[in-house]
Design a binder for this molecule. Structure first.
Ligand SMILES: Cc1cc2nc3c(=O)[nH]c(=O)nc-3n(C[C@H](O)[C@H](O)[C@H](O)COP(=O)(O)OP(=O)(O)OC[C@H]3O[C@@H](n4cnc5c(N)ncnc54)[C@H](O)[C@@H]3O)c2cc1C
Length: 421
């Protein structure tokens, strides 16, 4: 058994690396373990609005950046239905290897044990993690950053959880699927769907030009319970492309995406702290999280370091309590509830209403819609923005925003899609 660290972090994804880097910065003794080596390339690519990385001073870590950012919320029929909504706001993709490297550089002297945690015991002052190998590790506090599907974090059961699902291809195409140097956040045009498909849960195309005739196209279901299968998403992508006369000539990489959008917040009385997907930090209305990790890790690390400096004898439960309070402040909990409410409403909309909703949403001033998506608006401002959205919405959308619609609830056998934390 190793010596007892101040904090043991489980995981080696973006959440683990962000929090370890900040804990090290605070001078704490940190141990880490993960099922794979921390420098193993992450499987996913991470997108983010450029302003978010700029405000963090990390814009140099973007591998791609687009000025021409747009969406389509029309029906795809005729000139009117093909008009794009211009966002006039830069979007970027992290150079994921550079982000990983820069975080690892900050995790000075932390050596990850390549181990899979299988059990956690709370021994009073300390917490002990037992791994599949039989090895055990102790720390004053354990932070679970093992992702959305952690089996260690307790959270209430509020019924079925909605998941974001996507099937994407990086490849070469018979003709460009998006314009030169363009980034398409959401192409919701449904003109390739038949009558039956139009009644199924809506999906949209997320697409971008990588240069050198390489493009990334991804058919995405924002949130659905049960989630759309990869096969359905794949078929939708192919039918969308072929409707526009486009074939995929070469598949360079396939992306499969599935993660929960509205996991209930963890039970904040448990002696185990979490960070990242396991802490339900994904933005319930957009599915983004990396910006939040980078913004929220420093305050959490400072709070834990301060607590240990003032009271070195704090036990796991006391420390976790302080950590949960810092991670999920009352303000953030209220904002999370509003976002969950919003997502519930969105999930009840049929495809025409969903298009109308996003067309209205992106008519908000840029600082309002972007602040909403980044979760950087203070609560009173967020409420004002939601009220403004309601006021500028057409009547049929207003009704849906207040009462919700029953379009897809039937699939849930009467259970509520999302609970309230
Ligand atoms: C395909 C995809 C695309 C996404 N795109 C974006 C995006 O563009 N922008 C954005 O902001 N967000 C995006 N997200 C959402 C979110 O940011 C990611 O899911 C993110 O990877 C979650 O980070 P995490 O560190 O919490 O978990 P993960 O990245 O899942 O990392 C979990 C880590 O824990 C380890 N682990 C798991 N179980 C154990 C165990 N028992 N013991 C030890 N180690 C364990 C794993 O090996 C891994 O290292 C995307 C998600 C997916 C799935």
């Amino acid at each position: 058994m190793a010596s007892c660290a101040d904090v043991l972090v489980m995981g080696a994804g973006p959440a683990a690396l962000c929090i370890v880097a900040e804990l090290v910065e605070q001078g704490l003794a940190v141990d880490a373990l993960a099922s794979h080596a921390p420098d193993k390339p992450w499987p996913s690519t991470y997108g983010i609005w450029a302003e978010e990385v700029e405000s963090l001073g990390m814009a140099s870590l973007l591998g791609h950046r687009w000025e021409k950012t747009l969406s389509y919320f029309g029906d795809g029929l005729g000139k009117e239905g093909d008009v794009a909504t211009q966002h006039h706001f830069d979007y970027g993709l992290f150079d994921k290897n550079a982000l990983q490297k820069s975080l690892l550089l900050r995790c000075r002297n932390v050596v990850w044990k390549v181990e899979t945690a299988s059990n956690i015991d709370f021994l009073g002052p300390n917490t002990e993690v037992t791994c599949q190998s039989g090895n055990t590790y102790r720390a004053r506090l354990v932070i679970d950053a093992s992702g959305h599907r952690s089996s260690f974090i307790r959270r209430p059961d509020h019924g079925p959880v909605a998941e974001q699902a996507a099937y994407g291809v990086v490849g070469r195409f018979s003709s460009p699927p998006v314009g030169k140097e363009q980034f398409v956040l959401m192409d919701f045009r449904p003109d390739h769907l038949n009558k039956k498909e139009l009644k199924d849960p809506p999906t949209f195309l997320y697409a971008m030009d990588f240069g050198d005739d390489v493009f990334f196209v991804e058919e995405t279901s924002l949130a659905c319970s049960p989630p759309l299968s990869l096969e359905v998403l794949r078929q939708r992508l192919y039918s969308r492309l072929s409707h526009r006369g486009i074939q995929i000539d070469e598949v360079i990489h396939e992306e499969h995406c599935l993660f929960p959008m509205n996991l209930p917040l963890p039970d904040r009385r448990q002696p185990l702290l979490a960070f990242g997907g396991s802490a339900s930090m994904v933005h319930p209305a957009s599915g983004y999280m990396v910006g939040a990790l980078l913004r929220r890790a420093p305050a959490l690390a400072q709070q834990l370091a301060r607590a240990l400096a003032i009271e070195p004898s704090l036990d796991s439960a006391d420390l976790a309590k302080k950590g949960w309070k810092s991670l999920w402040t009352n303000e953030l909990i209220q904002r999370h509830r509003l976002y969950q409410f919003g997502l519930r409403r969105l999930m009840s909309f049929d495809e025409a209403r969903l298009r109308a909703f996003f067309a209205t949403f992106f008519r908000l001033p840029t600082e309002e819609w972007s602040g909403f998506l980044a979760n950087t608006l203070p609560l009173p401002k967020l409420l004002t923005v939601m009220l403004r959205l309601f006021l500028i919405a057409p009547w049929e959308l207003k009704i849906g925003m207040v009462f919700g619609l029953s379009t897809y609830r039937a699939t849930l056998k009467g259970k509520p899609v999302i609970g309230v934390d």
